[in-house]
Design a protein around this ligand. Structure first.
Ligand code: CP3
Length: 343
């Protein structure tokens, strides 16, 4: 089977599929003992810069679970680190930025990204497409709003108060910040596409913190710029956020081929909100995997039933795999979706 004709890419294009394709956000990572072993003594961001490690970590869940797509092992803050932003990923915390961006002078931290800044990504993608055979590789980046939240807050945030203070208080500086991030993100995706990824996902994980009116006015232009920049590449674009039930139409409008849906909105209702001509990805609650097997299967059937009438469904969780998830539960879930949907 060629990558182009894989179930995953066929579903992205809303074509008929031999079975519903499955992959998991954060499928590589702490749920896998082989990952924890490989990462011992190596900092997260250092591991992202080593093509040999990136390749091995990316392949681990493909081998173990038989998922229909691989996702490049990296992080949304890698392009920011690559242009010299002083940041780190702290275990159990997330990205932490040394000098948060709150003023016009702080914007100087954000210069454009050049392909040479992320040579290790180009190299890793090249190694992976060689190893993966017919399994597609998904590239990704963080969307401008989610990146801005880390940069302005200085780290993970529940309420995004500094971010919103800037967005409401200095719309001009905000627009400039998001526009720079859009340029960096578009360049980072272009590098991955040029190197050979088969699809890209834009993670706007924290966009659900915004009302539709604010998203449209203050965020959509920057995300549209990113998705528009890669529209001509022929590579499907997945646009995902968490808590985005009220924003699903706008995520599509920003320029997606596939809209990612968290677990809060059933897929048939999500399809109505997104409108025609787009595939959907999702949307089992990641916490369901902690329930007994029969309950996991029951909830999986609910997801599949709500997607039954839709052309173009990619099965996924509504957000990333939780670190304490039993990896065998994930392997069983892949097999179950494949069996239930075999045509
Ligand atoms: O398998 C995959 O999905 C690919 C790998 C991937 C990582 N980060 C690896 C990672 C992807 C797609 C990301 C994206 C990412 N990073 C997002 C968007 C997706 C989402 O979950 O909403 C966000 C918001 C980040 C920022 C970030 N990086 C967080 C919140 C954390 C977790 C902090 C923690 O330790 O709990 C990270 C670190 C990170 N990125 C880890 C992994 C596997 C854990 C670090 C480790 O294993 O030591």
């Amino acid at each position: 089977m060629t990558v182009t004709e894989s179930a995953f890419l066929r579903a992205c294009r809303r074509e008929s599929v031999p079975h519903t394709p499955v992959w998991f956000m954060r499928q590589a990572g702490r749920s896998l003992p082989e990952y924890r072993k490989l990462r011992e003594g190596i900092a997260m961001l250092d591991s992202c810069m080593r093509p040999d490690l990136v390749t091995e970590i990316t392949l681990q869940p493909v081998r173990r679970h038989g998922v229909d797509a691989a996702i490049l092992f990296s992080d949304i803050v890698v392009p920011l680190k690559a242009i010299g932003v002083d940041l780190d990923i702290r275990p159990g915390v997330g990205p932490v930025v040394a000098r948060p961006i709150r003023s016009r002078a702080d914007l100087a931290q954000l210069r454009p990204l050049e392909p040479d800044d992320v040579k290790y990504v180009t190299e890793a993608v090249g190694m992976l497409t060689g190893e993966l055979g017919g399994t597609p590789l998904i590239g990704f980046a963080g969307a401008p709003f989610t990146l801005a939240s880390y940069l302005v807050e200085g780290g993970p945030s529940r309420n995004h108060e500094h971010t919103k203070a800037l967005m409401y208080g200095d719309p001009e500086l905000w627009a400039e910040l998001l526009d720079r991030l859009a340029g960096i993100t578009a360049a980072f995706l272009a590098v991955q596409i040029e190197a050979g990824v088969s699809a890209i996902q834009l993670f706007d994980s924290w966009a659900g913190a915004l009302s539709p009116a604010d998203y449209r006015r203050a965020v959509l232009p920057a995300s549209s710029k990113v998705l528009g920049a890669v529209a001509g590449s022929g590579v499907p674009r997945i646009h995902f956020g968490v808590g985005t039930g009220e924003l699903l139409g706008l995520l599509g409008e920003a320029g997606a081929d596939v809209v990612g849906v968290d677990w809060r909105v059933p897929l048939d209702e999500a399809a109505r909100r997104v409108g025609p001509d787009k595939a959907l990805q999702g949307n089992l609650d990641p916490a369901v995997l902690f329930a007994p097997r029969a309950a996991v299967e029951e909830q999986t059937r609910r997801v599949l039933d709500s997607a039954a009438g839709l052309p173009g469904h990619i099965f996924n969780l509504g957000h990333g795999v939780l670190p304490d998830t039993d990896p065998d539960a994930l392997t069983r879930l892949v097999a179950y979706v494949h069996e239930r949907t075999a045509r």
